[in-house]
Design a binder for this molecule. Structure first.
Ligand code: GUN
Length: 290
């Protein structure tokens, strides 16, 4: 069993970004700038945002955190987004999800200027990505691809089973790995909550790569996978004890894997690194840099 070490890979990618940024700023350009909007006090969001801001500093970016109370009206939030869209000193904008129930998430995502949408959630970016065109790719899915690439894990012609069809992970990773991308050309099965258990087991037991993003600790057990499987665990679940675990029964499943991501230190770190890649791309687009 080999670990797909997201921390190591992310550090290497961020260091490469920092080198590029140093070159740009030494030539007289302004620093790349990422803005994050955080609504309310959702504890996991606080922790993700902290990590995004810390990593953006390591990448050599400037960052701004705009905090709003849980009670903000949708119209006020949309007005704020418009302000950031129109601010030429911000390259990339993230609205941290989830949002309070009274705010329509789709209205918010659609309000972000596609050229600043470093999360890759806007329909224009999601559509371009799906069609294989240049786009900001959803960060978690993109981070998974970068991690597989970093460790030279073969994807082309492999059978990949994705568990979970969320717009932020399952859906985009299933599209990206089946597309004719550098890290792609796999045969992908997308399973979800309505997939009958027997069908799910048929699929996972013959999969070369399993990607799970369901938010249920221990969902993937050793009997569900074959020997030599590559396992990508997207889950980040906090147990009552305070321990952070993924969606995989790591202790028992890891023994069967050729490669597996740890939690923490796996995909979570890669999501943040991929956001930095997207922010750099937004900046490069602004300044017509290659
Ligand atoms: N909440 C959980 N994951 C994400 C993400 O990748 N981006 C944003 N904006 N919110 C999230």
């Amino acid at each position: 069993m080999n670990l797909l070490d997201g921390k190591k890979c992310a550090e290497s990618l961020v260091a490469e970004i920092a080198r590029k940024v140093a070159g740009y700023t030494e030539s007289g350009l302004r620093t790349p700038h990422m803005t994050i909007i955080l609504v309310g006090e959702h504890a996991p969001s606080e922790s993700y945002v902290k990590s995004k801001i810390a990593t953006s500093g390591l990448a050599g970016f400037e960052s701004t955190l705009l905090r709003f109370p849980e009670t903000i009206r949708e119209s006020e939030l949309l007005a704020k987004i418009k302000e950031v869209n129109e601010d030429p000193t911000t390259d990339g904008l993230i609205v941290q999800l989830p949002l309070p129930k009274h705010i329509n998430q789709q209205h918010v995502i659609n309000a972000i200027a596609p050229e600043k949408d470093i999360d890759g959630f806007h329909p224009a970016n999601f559509g371009r990505m799906t069609l294989g065109q240049k786009a900001f790719r959803p960060a978690t899915a993109y981070g998974i691809c970068k991690l597989l690439q970093f460790y030279g894990v073969p994807v082309k012609a492999k059978h990949c089973v994705v568990i979970g069809r969320s717009n932020i992970v399952g859906k985009p990773i299933s599209i990206m790995l089946s597309n004719d991308f550098d890290i792609g050309n796999a045969t992908v099965t997308l399973t979800h909550i309505e997939t009958p258990r027997e069908l799910l087991l048929d699929e996972t037991r013959r999969a070369d790569i399993v990607i799970v993003a369901v938010g249920i600790p221990g969902f993937v057990t050793a009997d569900m996978v074959k020997d030599g499987v590559v396992l990508i665990d997207v889950g980040i679940n906090r147990l009552e004890s305070g321990k952070i675990v993924g969606d995989v029964d790591f202790e028992n499943v890891a023994q069967k894997c050729s490669w597996i991501t740890p939690v923490p230190g796996g995909v979570g770190r890669m999501t943040v690194a991929a956001l930095m890649i997207n922010t750099l791309m937004a900046y490069q687009n602004n300044f017509n840099l290659a």
